[in-house]
Design a protein around this ligand. Sequence first.
Ligand SMILES: Nc1nc2[nH]cc(C(=O)O)c2c(=O)[nH]1
Ligand code: SF4
Ligand SMILES: [Mg+2]
Length: 248
Amino acid sequence: MALTLATITPGDPEIFASIQGEGPSCGAEVAFIRLSRCNLACVWCDTAYTWHWEGDAKKFRRPHRSGETFARAANQVKLDEAEAARLVAATGRKRLVITGGEPLLQGAALARMLQHLPDVEVEIETNGTTTAPPALDVRVTQYNVSPKLAHSGNAPELALLPERLRAYAVDPRAFFKFVVAQPDDVAEVLALSDLYALPKERTYLMPEGTDSAALSARMDWIEPLAAEYGLQVTDRAHIHLFGDTRGT
Ligand SMILES: Nc1nc2[nH]cc(C(=O)O)c2c(=O)[nH]1
Ligand code: SF4
Ligand SMILES: [Mg+2]
C-alpha cells in the first residue's frame, strides 16, 4: 500500500517545512504533506495539479478557470507510508498539516503513516465532504474544514453534505474556513452557518486569491463584514511571503 502524493518537481514528493499560512493556527511552524486527487473541482482551485489531468476524457473533465491541465506522471508520486513518514520527520517539525487535493480520500494510508510519527501533532485541511477513519481521527488535533460555496462551481449536492457538516459543527477540533471572492458570498456563509449550526467563533472567512494584491483588496471588505456578523477572518500568509509556489 502507498500514498499518492503531489509533487514539487517531477518525482519529488510535496513534503516541506513552512509556516501554516491559513486559519486558527496561522503562523505556526509546521511541516506539510500534500496528497494528490480531489473529489471536488473548484474553478479557482490553487492546486489543480492534484486533479486536473491531461488526457481525461472530455465527459469526465471538470472545468478549471485556467484551462491548464497536468500530466499525472509528473504531478503524482507514490510513496510507501514509512518513507513518507521519514521525509516528514526529516523536516524537524513537531506539527504536521495534511493537505491536498482532498487528503481524506487516503485516510487509511495516512493513519498508517502516522504510526511512524507517534509524537507529531496533526492538522488536516479538508473540503468537508468526507470523514477520517477512526484510526486517523484519534490522531487529529485540528480539522480545517473548507466547505465550497456556489462560486466554486461544484454542485451543492456534492460539496455540501448535511450530515458531514453537522458532525464537524459539533466537533470542537473543527474550524470552518470559507473561501470568499465577493461580498455576496458572505450571505451564503451566514445561511450555511444557520442551517448547520456552525459556531461563529470557529468560522473563518478567507479571501480567494493567489497574489498579495488580490488578497489585500478582498480583505478590505471581508474584515468589516466579519466584524458585523461575528465571524473570524484569516489571510493567506504564505502567499504574501512566498507567492503561489509549490512546496511553500
Ligand atoms: N504555508 C502554507 N499554508 C497553508 N495552509 C493551507 C494550505 C493548503 O494548501 O491547504 C497551505 C499551503 O499550501 N502553504
Ligand atoms: S476542494 Fe480543495 S483541492 Fe479540491 S478542487 Fe476545491 S480547492 Fe482544489
Ligand atoms: Mg494552498
